[in-house]
Each structure stands twice: as structure tokens, then as C-alpha cells.
Design a binder for this molecule. Structure first.
Ligand SMILES: Nc1ncnc2c1ncn2[C@@H]1O[C@H](COP(=O)(O)OP(=O)(O)OP(=O)(O)O)[C@@H](O)[C@H]1O
Ligand SMILES: [Mg+2]
Length: 421
């Protein structure tokens, strides 16, 4: 099949187009020519792209490699290249080395060659299109990557829970979500699962008329379009499903009542933060078991230690093959309070200490009362380092903290193919 035929097939294939809106992904395009950059910019006028954050840059493949040496990669990188086949493959290897896990790649080339097309597909490149190409075909190809029947859900789910009520899991969840939105410019959805007393609305100074209750009670009729209407926007890249806090209603959920909302959210937002209240019920246990990552927030005292140990032990048995939870010891060094040292706390619960945050009634009090994040009121506050570190880990970006790992790109067999090339 020639590339033109492939392009035609994409156009005709109903799965590739349709009217489905593409999820809230981030796309960065690296172009060699200004006409290509203009064409890429015009993608945003397609309504299917209405939720996508798209930026264009100069420099083609080399520009992308330079950029991603020091910056996190988006959900999709589009590269324009006029290199020949061997050069493309060699440069892609260097790009893969600086890419974070889960990033997809689309290549726009000038060579209409089916061998190159096959090599790139084998390589793990999601799509190769020959220039000139119509904007609509690129949007079709993006749809194919992110919403076709067999596309993986784009979103990771991360559950935040406190070892004892009030330890600070909601505060840390919201600030870490903010860090992802600001540093990585990736869309985040915070689901406030504390329907009666949740603070996500207050902490972001929002009082939306719809929230998580609407999503839960819509049950079977809930779809991605409705979910999008129910979400509210707290800031650029920060979306909320807030708690109604209506106490006329009582909330007795069964084990899987949140499952549909969480799964749908993962199909439309790259990072879904589950802000779980400190209660123990079938749905909390199930939600923790299903989450991609879990953050446990504890204060350094005995009751927190006992509870954290119980939660961590349970999670190890429920999720034997998953990474251990992310342990944060919060409110450290409250004046005059006898405390367990954070490292000793971590040793006792047999979990690595991911971070510790000092008690600071002034900063956290001002932030909570103003409905602002710590980074907004105190940019250099030490707690921001922990929020950034959590953000990097849970978004799957910069997993290796500061050093980028080899081949984070969605390119499984890059070395094998390169050896063949
Ligand atoms: N490091 C800190 N220093 C001072 N105050 C803090 C700190 N972290 C959180 N707080 C404050 O502690 C209070 C409780 O925090 P938060 O609501 O996040 O707890 P939680 O763990 O979510 O509670 P629950 O488990 O009941 O949902 C808030 O007023 C918050 O501002
Ligand atoms: Mg909470």
C-alpha cells in the first residue's frame, strides 16, 4: 500500500474520524518549514481538537531532541523531517532517549516510501504521513491514536488518602495536581470523592453548580461529552469534579459506584487525581486497589503510623506486582509535639520515604483561606519541591527525577530495529 492509499484509508475509515472529541492531551509539533507550522496550527479549528493543548516549535527532529533533554514530553510529539531513512532512524533513537514514558510520536516526512513507513511503524512511531497533507488527515490520525477502539486509556489514576483524618492528603493532592498543570502543562482532573465534606472547591476558590454527584447519579447515561460538561475549570489545565457538600443527601456507595466515572475520566484526561476521604469502606478499598499509583499522607505520630502500616500491608497484598505507595510525612515539627522522625516512620511502615513537609500554619492557613495553592502564595516555599516531585512521579514524567531514562518513548523495539537498519 502506498502512503497516499494509507492516507485515503485513514480518511475513509469511520474509526479514524467520526465526531468524537479528542481527549485533553498535550501536543507539541517541531516543524522545519513555516507552511507546515501554519498547517499544524490550523488543526485547532477542527472541533475534535477543542480540548487539546497544541503548540508549534521550530527545529524539526534536532529541535525536539534539544528541547526534551531538559523538558518533560507531551502526550504526542509531531515531527516534520526531511531526513533520509537511516538518518531519521538514528535521530529517533536519540529522541527516544529523552522522551518520557507514554509519549506517542507522529512523523511528517517528505519521502513517499512504503519501506520507510513500515520501518517507522515497526519502530513504534504511531503514524507517518507524507507532506503535503491536509489538516483533517492529521486530526484523523490523532483520533486513531487516542480514541480508536483499541486505544489505551490515556489517563493515569492516582489515589491520595490520609493515614488519619486531617493529615493533609487533600491539600497535597491539590498542590501536586497544580504542579503537574504548571510544570508539565498537562491536563489534570481532580475528583473529590468526599461528597459530604470535600475541600477541592474551597481550595481552588470555586463553587461550580455541577460536580461529582451529577456524574455518579447519571450512572448509565454518563459519557465523555456529559462528563466534560459536568467538570469545572479551576485554572489552566486544572479540572475539577467537586463535592456538593449537600448534607440533605446521604452517601452510601457500593464497591464499584465510582468505577465508571474514573474509567471515563481516564479516557479523556491524562492525569486523574482521586481525592479520597479518610474512611474505610468497600468502595475505598476497591478504588485503592484499582488506582495506578497511591499516595499515603501521614502525620508523624503513633496513630498515623499504625494506620499507615495497615494500609501499606493491605496494598502490598492487594497489588503484589505494583510499585509501593508514595509515602509523604506531613506536618513535621509542630512546636512542642513529640514526633516520630520521618525516616524512622518510613522504616517502621516498611515503605520508602518519598518526601516530608514541615508544619507551617501560616502558609497553609493563608492558602486554604484564600482558596489558593502554596505555589501561588509562596513561590519559594520548600513544600513546593515535594509537590513538584510528586507531580513528576505521578504524571509518569521525569520518572528518574532529574535524569531521563532510556527510551521512554512508546517505542518498544527501537534498538532491535536500529540494529537492522
Ligand atoms: N504542612 C502543613 N502545615 C500546616 N497545615 C497543613 C499542612 N498540611 C495540611 N495542612 C492543613 O491541615 C488541614 C487538613 O488538611 P486536609 O483537608 O488536606 O486533610 P485530609 O487528609 O484531606 O483530611 P481527610 O482525610 O479528612 O480528607 C487543612 O486545614 C490544611 O490546610
Ligand atoms: Mg481530604
Amino acid at each position: 500500500m502506498t502512503i497516499d492509499e494509507k492516507n485515503k484509508e485513514i480518511l475513509q475509515n469511520p474509526l479514524s474520524g467520526g465526531a468524537r472529541i479528542i481527549p485533553r492531551i498535550t501536543i507539541q509539533a517541531f516543524c522545519e518549514h513555516s507552511q507546515t507550522a501554519q498547517m499544524i496550527e490550523s488543526l485547532t479549528s477542527d472541533r475534535r481538537m477543542s480540548r487539546v493543548a497544541l503548540t508549534t516549535h521550530n527545529g524539526g527532529l534536532e529541535g525536539a531532541i534539544e528541547t526534551y533533554k531538559s523538558s518533560p514530553t507531551p502526550n504526542l510529539i509531531i515531527i516534520e523531517t526531511s531526513l533520509m531513512m537511516e538518518e531519521i532512524l538514528a535521530s529517533l533513537e536519540r529522541l527516544a532517549e529523552v522522551c518520557d514514558t507514554g509519549t506517542h510520536l507522529m512523523v511528517l516526512g517528505h519521502i513517499n516510501d512504503v519501506v520507510l513507513y513500515r520501518e517507522l511503524k515497526n519502530f513504534g512511531v504511531s503514524e507517518y504521513l507524507v507532506l503535503p497533507v491536509r489538516a483533517q488527515i492529521i486530526v484523523d490520525a490523532i483520533s486513531e491514536i487516542f480514541i480508536a477502539g483499541d486505544a489505551e486509556p490515556i489517563g493515569r489514576s492516582v489515589a491520595f488518602i490520609s493515614a488519619k483524618g486531617g493529615a493533609g492528603s487533600s491539600t497535597i493532592a491539590h498542590n501536586s495536581a497544580w504542579a503537574v498543570a504548571k510544570n508539565i502543562m498537562q491536563d489534570v482532573l481532580i475528583i473529590d470523592m468526599d461528597l459530604a465534606f470535600g475541600t477541592a472547591g474551597l481550595n481552588f476558590n470555586q463553587d461550580p453548580s455541577t460536580g461529582i454527584a451529577d456524574a455518579l447519579f447519571a450512572s448509565e447515561t454518563l459519557d465523555d461529552v456529559m462528563l466534560d460538561r459536568i467538570m469545572s475549570k479551576a485554572a489552566n489545565h486544572v479540572n475539577l469534579l467537586t463535592a456538593s457538600c449537600n448534607l440533605d443527601q446521604t452517601y452510601d456507595f457500593t464497591e464499584r459506584d465510582f468505577e465508571n466515572v474514573v474509567e471515563l475520566s481516564q479516557q479523556s484526561v491524562p492525569l486523574v487525581i482521586l481525592d479520597i476521604p479518610h474512611i474505610w469502606s468497600a468502595w475505598v478499598k476497591y478504588t485503592l486497589a484499582m488506582a495506578d499509583d497511591i499516595v499515603i499522607v501521614a502525620e508523624p505520630d503513633l496513630a498515623n503510623l499504625r494506620n499507615a502500616k495497615n494500609i501499606i500491608d493491605l496494598l502490598k497484598s492487594l497489588r503484589p506486582s505494583e510499585q509501593e505507595p508514595i509515602l509523604i510525612v506531613n506536618k513535621v515539627a509542630i512546636p512542642k509535639r513529640p514526633e516520630i522522625a520521618p525516616q524512622e516512620f518510613a522504616n517502621s511502615v516498611e515503605c520508602k520515604l518519598f518526601g516530608e513537609i514541615a508544619f507551617d500554619s501560616s502558609a497553609f492557613g493563608v492558602a486554604a483561606n484564600n482558596g489558593q495553592m502554596i505555589a501561588e502564595i509562596a513561590r519559594n516555599h520548600k513544600a513546593n519541591e515535594v509537590f513538584n516531585k510528586i507531580g513528576n512521579r505521578i504524571s509518569g514524567r521525569l520518572n528518574n527525577e532529574s535524569v531521563k531514562g532510556p527510551s521512554g518513548l512508546n517505542i518498544p523495539n527501537i534498538m532491535k530495529i536500529l540494529k537492522r537498519a
